[in-house]
Design a protein. Structure first.
Length: 279
């Protein structure tokens, strides 16, 4: 039902566009055009009022429904990603959108689940628009975070541990590991020192199936989420420049403002009818 409600609101908004509105590139601003723009603004406010009339429970139903739809269409369960972890990342992504940390056109979400052993593929890159899994690959954790399993996390410099939480990807650079991607840690208690610690996405020869066969686990980094060398360039270029990355871990005390479901649901509802946040 909520899907139909949101669709009708979208169609209502689209119907407000006047066929007599000035064409792009024409600077003449007649009194008639002005009246049309005022009317359009009033109509958009009317749609906003209708959106507000939809109950939060209905909005959340649509939000949860879409999350499950992406999860199923992208075959994420088959790829080893639990719905619980994906849903946390999905909530965070929409809070990034709500806070304008990422461009609305950027529909890429990256999830790393360090509660899984390193010998398993525990990095997923999902396109939330096309509902497709773009990459599922190995990823290493920090040297002092654990052997095969990640058991300890830290935000402290020189800890050589991984840091959990939400990250905003930054710019690329060329370092000792070749093409690398800087990360901005967005959770104050958990990963805010990522940039100062030089926690980056990079390729490494100790992240491979061959290494797992020989040692029973991946090699470990100094805290960076290192990926296989053969896919590092593609992965980095896909997620660079302000996309959402979520690293899940076995720390039950982890909390984040980006896990606020209510604000994520409201942001999703506004996006569903293609309304601007401000008029």
């Amino acid at each position: 039902m909520i899907r139909a409600v949101l669709t009708s609101l979208t169609l209502a908004l689209l119907s407000f566009t006047s066929p007599n509105a000035p064409k792009a590139g024409i600077s003449t601003f007649t009194s008639h055009a002005f009246k049309e723009r005022v009317a359009l603004k009033e109509n958009v406010h009317a749609v906003a009022s209708k959106t507000a009339a939809v109950t939060f429970a209905e909005k959340q139903m649509a939000f949860d429904d879409y999350a499950l739809e992406v999860y199923n269409d992208a075959s994420l369960k088959k790829a080893g990603l639990s719905f619980d972890v994906f849903q946390k990342a999905f909530v965070g992504y929409h809070n990034f959108r709500q806070q304008e940390l990422i461009d609305p056109a950027n529909t890429i979400l990256t999830v790393i689940d360090f509660s899984k052993p390193s010998r398993e593929k525990r990095l997923w890159i999902v396109d939330l628009q096309t509902k497709k899994l773009l990459y599922n690959t190995l990823v290493a954790h920090g040297r002092n975070t654990g052997q095969d399993k990640a058991t300890k996390f830290s935000n402290k410099p020189n800890s050589y541990m991984s840091s959990i939480g939400f990250y905003l990807t930054d710019k690329t650079y060329f370092g000792k590991h070749g093409l690398s991607l800087r990360l901005n840690g967005m959770d104050a208690k958990y990963n805010s020192n990522a940039m100062a610690r030089a926690i980056v996405v990079h390729g490494a020869d100790y992240v491979s199936e061959a290494f797992v066969k020989q040692y029973g686990r991946l090699g470990r980094s100094l805290g960076c989420p290192a990926v296989p060398e053969e896919v590092s360039k593609e992965v980095i270029n896909l997620i660079k420049d302000n996309s959402c990355l979520y690293i899940n871990g076995s720390d039950n005390s982890y909390t984040s403002n980006f896990l606020n479901t209510a604000s994520a649901v409201e942001a999703f509802a506004m996006e569903a009818v293609n309304l601007p946040q401000q008029i």
